[in-house]
Design a protein around this ligand. Structure first.
Ligand code: TIU
Length: 228
């Protein structure tokens, strides 16, 4: 990996065509790499999902995260979860699916999807470091109910590189919110994962269809090579 600071635009092979960004105006979004989704005993498993399906996204994302850190480019981590008193949890979200365990209930990693619990933390492999933004959000999209847009505009960010879980839920919601706000979005296919292979494929396909109607899809290896 290059250790020099990149100047000038970077062009990454992607679909439906090259994704070009200015390193001074790019941010990496690491969406909801939380123990609650990635590990046994969390919210994801409580919904009946096999959480092992997401683990393949960890190593590629780690490589991209390290590249961003080496260049001192902006990194933002998001976490889905609720206040300890659950005052920001809509009944519609709490009761959806009539689960046996609800958000805020005690699970093996503490209270499900609740700030301050072990399950709410980002997995150790991708844990934030000093200087990186950690954004708590009550919804699936990272813009809803947060100051993410203000943070991005304050830094002059125009391009987003998205990683995270799950592809068709929080990653897709965030990408659509970002696209409507005028940000150019590249999702790294190997840095995202879903509990449902067919939803992973469909989400990425619909994202890049129609000339990139929502944005671009690429890979971590092509991004790393392009930056190098
Ligand atoms: N259930 C599921 O696939 N995802 C979520 O509930 N949240 C996120 O995607 N982060």
């Amino acid at each position: 990996m290059s250790t020099h600071t990149t100047t000038g635009a970077v062009s990454v092979p992607a679909e439906p065509y090259e994704f070009t960004f200015d390193p001074a105006r790019v941010a990496l979004l690491c969406i909801d790499f939380q123990r609650d989704f990635m590990e046994k005993g969390g919210f994801g498993e409580s919904l009946g999902n096999d959480v092992s399906t997401l683990r393949g996204s960890i190593e590629p994302t780690k490589a991209v995260l390290e590249m961003f850190r080496a260049h001192d480019w902006m990194v933002i981590h998001t976490r889905e979860g609720h206040r300890e008193d659950l005052s920001d949890l809509f009944p519609a979200k709490r009761d959806r699916g009539n689960p046996t365990l609800r958000i805020g209930d005690d699970g093996p990693m503490g209270r499900l999807l609740t700030r301050g619990s072990a399950g709410h933390e980002i997995i150790p492999e991708l844990a934030p470091i000093e200087g990186e933004v950690v954004l708590d959000k009550p919804g699936k999209g990272a813009f809803y109910g947060t100051d993410l847009e203000t943070i991005l505009r304050a830094r002059g960010i125009t391009s987003l590189i998205l990683t995270g879980v799950t592809t068709e839920v929080c990653v897709q919601s965030t990408a659509r919110e970002a696209n409507d706000r005028g940000f150019e979005c590249l999702i790294l296919s190997d840095c995202t994962g879903s509990y449902f292979p067919e939803f992973y494929e469909s989400a990425l396909n619909m994202f890049k269809a129609q000339g990139g109607i929502v944005g671009w899809v690429g890979t971590s290896t092509d991004l790393l090579a392009a930056v190098d």
